[in-house]
Design a protein around this ligand. Sequence first.
Ligand code: ZN
Length: 272
Amino acid sequence: MTAIPTSQSAARSATASPASALPVRIFSTARGELESTVPVGAVYTPDTVLDWSEPLSGGTVVSDDEVAPLAPWSAFVLAGHTLTIVDVGGNQSADFLVYNAADTDERYSVPDTLAAQGNAYLREGSVLVSNEGRALMTVTGNEIDRQDTIGGACSKESNTLRYGFHTEFQHGCRENFLAEAGRHGLGVRDLVSNVNWFMNVPVEADGSLGIVDGISAPGKRVALRAEMDVLVIVSNCPQMNNPCNDFNPTPLRMIVTAATTSAGAARTEGLA
Ligand SMILES: [Zn+2]
């Protein structure tokens, strides 16, 4: 559990990032000053509006975490609990994977999810379906028009292909996923196509995809109810080469709440 600050710290705002340009960081070394456009740590602009918002569902708060810009996160969410993801700074892609906590060979499946609902976007009521055809989580609240699950996750490899080899040392969501998955005994074979909460990926009339300016805003939320005990892995997208994060990576807030059941207190025991 992490305390949620109400304003960004001076340290975080030390590096300005014009909306249309990569930030340039100057490092002092024994050999002089080095200039780098590689995002290091939190780089959002000093005037960024932050809205930490509140859970979209009622009940007892089980956990409440801040995910720093560029960083990964994971948690077990018990059946019946609800995860609220807050887009604190707006237009920040939360790349998302979900697994059956008891058997991680059962995991989120984009084709099964889209076939089941007959729609290319995720909206309130969408069910995140596993590769075994079962419900992992249900979208119980959604404050932007549509959510993407087609655009995939950025990676070192795709960055170098799309944007050039000078981006080789920028980590992407795939590297975040791998780092966090490793904490749970998962590896590269366990990474599948993902959800991009708050990322704007319109499907054009000709079937092509765009990654364009976002349709989210500070404080916008999505809420997901776990339909079984699940493991959620998130990458707070570090991408700085296209507008998917508004060229200004910002924090996410992850709040898990437990509805109190008619039988009594909410189930709150943890998972190994
Ligand atoms: Zn990414």
